[in-house]
Design a protein. Structure first.
Length: 261
């Protein structure tokens, strides 16, 4: 058995382990030499081939902390609120439950990066490969909004829905309730001359036929969500361009979620 000496108050306050004449400091998921260099790769290094397995915090240790070698990504609440980022442009998106967010908000913000990687991106987080967030701006005649499609080939623009109180009932020509939705490309293919995707959840079932599709005025909606790249007094414009962008956005993705708020 090798002789092990420890001292919790040496380099970086890490435990010194002297094994076979080599001094290493226990830094959680990795070991460091007294020069600060890491001598072992990240546990999840195989997921990040574009980054050196020894590049702690993607080479950004000033802003980031990652003691356990966890996943990286941008975090949002299930209500569409942006929570935090790890500083990487890698299209990884995580949805965080309210309990975890409440714990996160009570932390000393000097250690916020530690929480992004260690607590927020643990088993409480759900990874998705695309996220669409619609922020409504209601008025008396129509329901306008802005959207952001987040992920690979992401983009932003404007939305249009019917006026009135949201409802879960069919054939009311009213907007659907705010909340968290599943999406998928329309199985039958294009609708109204362009790409379309289904929007549904437990209270707005797929059978109701709510789509995101081409259209410029409320007469085109029938309860669905119209997307455009710009807007005017009567609705949205460049809708065909928006839905063609969505065709690219959905390409290769199998888990795109939508949040209306």
């Amino acid at each position: 058995m090798s002789n092990v000496e420890t001292n919790d108050y040496l380099y970086g306050g890490k435990e010194l382990q002297q094994r076979f004449g080599v001094n290493l400091y226990d830094s959680g998921a990795r070991f460091q030499s007294n020069t600060g260099a890491f001598t072992s790769p990240d546990p999840l290094a195989e997921k990040y081939y574009s980054i050196s397995p020894y590049a702690y915090c993607a080479g950004n240790p000033v802003n980031l902390v990652d003691p356990e070698g966890e996943n990286a990504g941008d975090c949002y609440s299930y209500g569409g609120e942006y929570i935090a980022s790890d500083g990487l442009v890698d299209n990884r998106i995580y949805l965080i439950d309210n309990q975890t967010i409440a714990e996160y908000n009570t932390l000393d913000q000097r250690f916020v990066s530690f929480e992004i990687n260690y607590m927020v991106l643990n088993e409480n987080a759900k990874e998705v490969d695309g996220l669409i967030i619609i922020s409504r701006d209601n008025d008396d005649s129509i329901t306008k909004g802005k959207f952001q499609a987040i992920g690979e080939n992401g983009f932003g623009g404007y939305t249009l829905e019917p006026s009135g109180e949201p409802t879960t009932e069919s054939n009311k020509n009213k907007p659907i309730p705010t909340g968290y939705y599943d999406t998928e490309p329309r199985a039958e293919g294009d609708y109204a001359g362009g790409f379309a995707f289904r929007i549904y959840n437990e209270i707005v079932p797929k059978s109701r036929g709510i789509l995101g599709h081409i259209g410029n005025t409320t007469s085109n909606t029938k309860g669905c969500v119209l997307f455009g790249m710009s807007r005017n007094s009567s609705g949205v414009s460049q809708s065909a361009n928006a839905m063609e962008n969505y065709r690219q956005f959905f390409n290769g993705k199998s888990n795109v979620k939508l949040i209306i708020r």
